[in-house]
Structures are given as structure tokens and as C-alpha cells.
Ligand binder design. Structure first.
Ligand SMILES: CC(C)(COP(=O)(O)OP(=O)(O)OC[C@H]1O[C@@H](n2cnc3c(N)ncnc32)[C@H](O)[C@@H]1OP(=O)(O)O)[C@@H](O)C(=O)NCCC(=O)NCCS
Length: 127
């Protein structure tokens, strides 16, 4: 079952805020993207963001660091998936890794008319 997904890329200069570290809004965008990709991959449906909670920015991400987002489905609803996302950054020169952010995000699967639709869970017997 595809219940986990990771995404990695470099923090680029145009990701910076006024202090020179990665902008919090960028991190939120990446969180939404990795969550979306996992929700769609699992449900095989188009999904929308319904709810975001407990987002915590723990440490800043520096430009040039390798950013890694780990997403995992932690609750399997009827039309919804609750996903935990952890964000890490790695200083490639120093070889040091730190956890930057964590949050929870709920996606809802939609049908072609934009209405919520039940997800076919691979391991559920009642599907
Ligand atoms: C997604 C949408 C179609 C859902 O419609 P709805 O009929 O009002 O949905 P419901 O209130 O029944 O909730 C749908 C699911 O989300 C869950 N949910 C709703 N609010 C929630 C919350 N605050 N926290 C956690 N889960 C929540 C419900 O429990 C339900 O899950 P289930 O089907 O697994 O039991 C509608 O709210 C919508 O279009 N929202 C806008 C989405 C959007 O534009 N996102 C940003 C861009 S992607």
C-alpha cells in the first residue's frame, strides 16, 4: 500500500524571506504539495486540502540545504485522509540534518463533479 511519500530538492535563493532563510509560506506550499501527491497516489482520485493543523516551525531552513519532506497517511477516512508531514533539511557540506517543521493535513477525495467521494481502501474488506 502506498501510504508514504517523500520529496527532496534544494532550497533555492528565490525561496528566501527577508532574513535570508526559507520563507514559511514556501514550506507550507511544499507541505501541501507532498500531501496532495500522497493523497492522490493512494486514493487514485483528485484531492483537495480540507484542513491543516498543528503546524510548527521548529528550525529555519537555510538556502542551499537539501530539503526533504516525509508524508505518511495516519488516518483512513471515508472520503478523507489525515496525513502527517515532517520537514527536514540537510547541510550538504557539514553533513548535518535537522528537523524544521511538522504538521497534519487532511485531504478529501473528489469525483469528477467536485463532490466528495469514498476512497477504495486496498485493505478494507467492505469495498
Ligand atoms: C472538500 C469539500 C468538497 C468537502 O465537502 P463537505 O461535504 O462539506 O465535506 P464534509 O464536511 O462532509 O467533510 C469531508 C471529509 O472531511 C473530513 N473533515 C471535514 N472537516 C474536517 C476537519 N476540520 N478536520 C478533519 N477532517 C475534517 C470529514 O470528517 C469528512 O471525512 P470522511 O468522509 O472521511 O468521514 C468542500 O469542503 C470543499 O470543496 N472545500 C474546499 C477545498 C479547497 O478549495 N481546498 C483548497 C484548494 S485545494
Amino acid at each position: 500500500m502506498d501510504t508514504k511519500l517523500s520529496m527532496s530538492f534544494l532550497a533555492e535563493p528565490n525561496d528566501a524571506n527577508f532574513s535570508g532563510n526559507v520563507h514559511g509560506g514556501k514550506v507550507m506550499k511544499w507541505i501541501d504539495e507532498v500531501g496532495y501527491a500522497l493523497a492522490v497516489k493512494y486514493s487514485k482520485r483528485y484531492c483537495v486540502t480540507k484542513f491543516v493543523d498543528d503546524i510548527e516551525f521548529l528550525k529555519p531552513i537555510e538556502i542551499g540545504d537539501l530539503v526533504k519532506l516525509d508524508a505518511e497517511i495516519i488516518k483512513f477516512g471515508n472520503s478523507s485522509l489525515r496525513i502527517k508531514i515532517d520537514v527536514f533539511s540537510i547541510d550538504l557540506i557539514k553533513g548535518k540534518s535537522k528537523k524544521n517543521c511538522e504538521c497534519f493535513i487532511v485531504f478529501v477525495a473528489l469525483d469528477k463533479n467536485g463532490k466528495k467521494v469514498n476512497i477504495k481502501h486496498p485493505k478494507k474488506k467492505d469495498n
